[in-house]
Design a protein around this ligand. Structure first.
Ligand code: SF4
Length: 217
C-alpha cells in the first residue's frame, strides 16, 4: 500500500478503513520506500513474516504521479493530517517527498503535514536539507532512540556509524529554523525510565522537544 490508515497497530487501505467504519478523521500515511539507512534492532522490517505478509512492503517504489493519483481520490473530510512514514526512510526519496508536500500544500492547504524520519537525511544527501521543507511541512518527528551516540548506534546500527547520532541532533536543530514543530521521539517499551530521563536532559540542553511515544510504525 502506498496510502494507508492505521488502527490498533494494523494497516488499512483507505477504502477498507472507510468500509470498516474506522473512526475518522484520522491520519493518512504515505509510504514511499522500503529502504532505510538504519537497521534498528526493533524495526518491523526485520521480521520476515511481517515483511512478506504486510501490504506495506512495496514491490517497487511509487512515482510521484502514482501517489498523487491516490491522493486525488482521498475523501479529505476523513483525514486529520498527512504523515510521510512507511516501512522505510522517506528522506531517502527527498525530491519526491518535497514534490508531494508541495502538491499537498497547493491542493489541500489547510491539511497538516508531518514527516516521521530517522533524521539522517543530511548524511544521506551530503548537504543541509532542512531548508527544503520551509513552508511545506508542519511537523517533523525525528527518532532520537537513545541518550548517547554509543547507545544510539547499538540500537540503530546505522550505515553511517557512530557519527549518526550527532548528525541526527544537528538535523533537528536545522529543522527548527524551517518547520513550525520539531519533536524528537523515544519509544517507551525500548527505553527504561532512567534512559528516558537522560533523553529529556539531552533535549533540554539543546533546546529540543522530546516526545515519549508508544511502540508503533
Ligand atoms: S529508522 Fe525506522 S525504518 Fe529505519 S531501520 Fe529504524 S525503525 Fe526501521
Amino acid at each position: 500500500m502506498i496510502v494507508y490508515m492505521v488502527d490498533g497497530g494494523k494497516y488499512f487501505s483507505l477504502d477498507d478503513a472507510l468500509k470498516l467504519g474506522l473512526q475518522t478523521p484520522r491520519g493518512l500515511y504515505i509510504n514511499l520506500t522500503n529502504r532505510c539507512d538504519n537497521d534498528c534492532v526493533f524495526c518491523l522490517r526485520r521480521t520476515k513474516e511481517m515483511m512478506k505478509g504486510s501490504s506495506l512492503w512495496l514491490e517497487r517504489e511509487p512515482t510521484v504521479e502514482e501517489v498523487i493519483a491516490e491522493l486525488r481520490a482521498v475523501p479529505w473530510s476523513s483525514v486529520s493530517e498527512v504523515v510521510f512514514c512507511g516501512f522505510g526512510e522517506p528522506t531517502l526519496r527527498l525530491a519526491e517527498l518535497i514534490e508531494l508536500l508541495r502538491w499537498l500544500k497547493k491542493n489541500q492547504p489547510s491539511m497538516p503535514t508531518r514527516l516521521n524520519t530517522n533524521g539522517l537525511g543530511e548524511l544521506a544527501h551530503g548537504r543541509e536539507i532542512a531548508a527544503d521543507f520551509e513552508g511545506l511541512l508542519d511537523v517533523a518527528s525525528i527518532s532520537l532512540n537513545a541518550s548517547t551516540a554509543e547507545k544510539y548506534f547499538a540500537l540503530t546500527r546505522s550505515t553511517y556509524g557512530i557519527g549518526a547520532f550527532e548528525a541526527m541532533l544537528t538535523f533537528a536543530e536545522h529543522m527548527k529554523k524551517f518547520v513550525p514543530k520539531v519533536v524528537l521521539t523515544i519509544v517507551d517499551k525500548v527505553s527504561p525510565p532512567e534512559e528516558i530521563e537522560r533523553c529529556r536532559q539531552l533535549c533540554s540542553a539543546r533546546n529540543l522537544t522530546l516526545r515519549v511515544r508508544p511502540f508503533e510504525k
